[in-house]
Design a protein around this ligand. Structure first.
Ligand SMILES: Nc1ncnc2c1ncn2[C@@H]1O[C@H](COP(=O)(O)OP(=O)(O)O)[C@@H](O)[C@H]1O
Ligand code: SF4
Ligand SMILES: [Mg+2]
Length: 369
């Protein structure tokens, strides 16, 4: 099996709530996805959609209400103590705010060594040597070992956070908005460092972000979350070229144009309003309040997750109509039409029993990942 085919982590129907009774907040409500060994799976959605809860549940900082997380094919809920310890080393998390996640009373050297000591990674001499090696790997130097987090810049703190995660030789890292708190000038450096480490150490990432711009650059596949639901999943290329769910399209249209233009944006692709309260469960689609295509059916029926093409899933009751572009067809300013025109895409529908596969213009076989 090649590096990109073997499932390393499978999330199945994961549900996690906070509170109880009518005030129950469903942070994750039946989320499923698979992350393959060696890939980066991007998870995007506005603030409050459940991304961090998903990451924290995967690293066992939260117990799920129901559902299953499988690591290397085995449910983590059934792990014995030895397996739990191995999992706690193999699966690490890098946090959005590196300052809050580093103990202010410990030196950077001790912070990095702490995990190695807990996981008994060798003699104190070996642990010290490895700590110095890790500082070099993340672009810091040995003088930094004796400094405290407050003496570091935001970028340096995030590098220290990465070194701490790497100290226990993980296979899988949840990167929870690792660049959001950093200056724009530093963001690319940290992303490049994560990419370089992934290659060198064969790491697998869950990369969480609230906008799609950086996720596109770093991810192989992307999942889009809205209020505890995964509404669309596809390869990064397909998601950007052929977004189907109205929420995905809205997020894409919110990415600033690198070259400012007077191009009008179709009002149907502009995200209206804020994320509504996540408390309680709605009868219908959770996006209905903000969706320009919402119908009565949408307000009364939960959309199921459907596989609409190889590796492309969508949870929208009206996705077929949207794919055939019945909406915005005559609107030259429609973002969806624009994307299709610019990419030279022709979404000929190819019926295959219940699914509809995409074919690119003049391309032979339906696109696979
Ligand atoms: N420990 C907690 N207790 C109560 N509510 C929480 C807790 N953690 C997260 N939430 C709520 O769950 C929802 C999802 O939060 P979160 O996973 O942090 O979203 P995101 O990372 O996408 O911004 C939010 O409404 C948030 O307020
Ligand atoms: S199910 Fe209806 S409300 Fe929900 S995203 Fe699709 S069209 Fe919009
Ligand atoms: Mg978060």
């Amino acid at each position: 099996m090649s590096i990109h085919e073997e499932a390393l982590l499978e999330v199945r129907n994961l549900t996690k709530s906070f509170g109880s009774g009518p005030e129950t907040l469903w942070a994750l409500d039946g989320v499923s996805f698979t992350i393959r060994r060696g890939e980066t799976f991007g998870l995007v959605g506005e603030s409050g959609c459940g991304k961090t809860t998903c990451g924290r549940t995967i690293v066992r900082l939260y117990e799920p209400d129901s559902g299953e997380i499988l690591y290397r094919g085995k449910p983590i809920s059934g792990q014995n103590r030895k397996e739990q310890k191995a999992y706690a080393g193999a699966v690490q998390m890098i946090f959005q705010d590196p300052y809050a996640s580093l103990n202010p009373r410990m030196t950077i050297g001790d912070i990095i060594k702490e995990g190695m000591r807990i996981h008994r990674k060798g003699t104190e001499q070996h642990i010290n040597d490895r700590m110095l090696e890790l500082l070099g790997l993340v672009g810091l130097n040995r003088e930094h070992a004796s400094r405290f987090p407050y003496e570091f810049s935001g970028g340096q703190r995030q590098r220290a956070g990465i070194a701490r995660a790497l100290a226990v030789d993980p296979e899988f890292i949840v990167c929870d908005e690792p660049i959001s708190a950093l200056d724009v000038s530093i963001q690319a450096q940290i992303v490049n460092l994560l990419r370089q480490l992934q290659k060198e150490l064969e790491l697998t990432y869950l990369f969480i972000a609230h906008d799609l711009s950086m996720v596109r650059y770093i991810s192989d596949r992307v999942g889009v979350m809205y209020l505890g639901h995964l509404v669309e999943t596809a390869s990064a290329e397909e998601l950007y070229n052929v977004p189907v769910h109205p929420y995905t399209r809205a997020l894409l249209s919110a990415i600033p144009d690198p070259v400012p233009s007077d191009r009008p944006i179709c009002e149907n692709s502009i995200l209206q309003g804020d994320v509504p309260s996540p408390i309680g469960r709605s009868r219908g689609c959770r996006f209905a309040e903000r969706c320009p295509y919402a119908s009565d059916r949408c307000r009364n029926e939960q959309p199921a997750v459907e596989e609409i093409g190889p590796g492309h899933t969508v949870a929208c009751l009206r996705w077929r109509e949207l794919v055939t572009n019945d909406y915005g067809k005559n609107d030259p300013a429609c973002f969806f039409c624009d994307v299709r025109a610019e990419a030279g895409l022709n979404l000929n529908r190819v019926r295959n029993e219940n699914s509809v596969l995409y074919r690119r213009q003049n391309a032979g076989e339906p696109k696979t990942e």
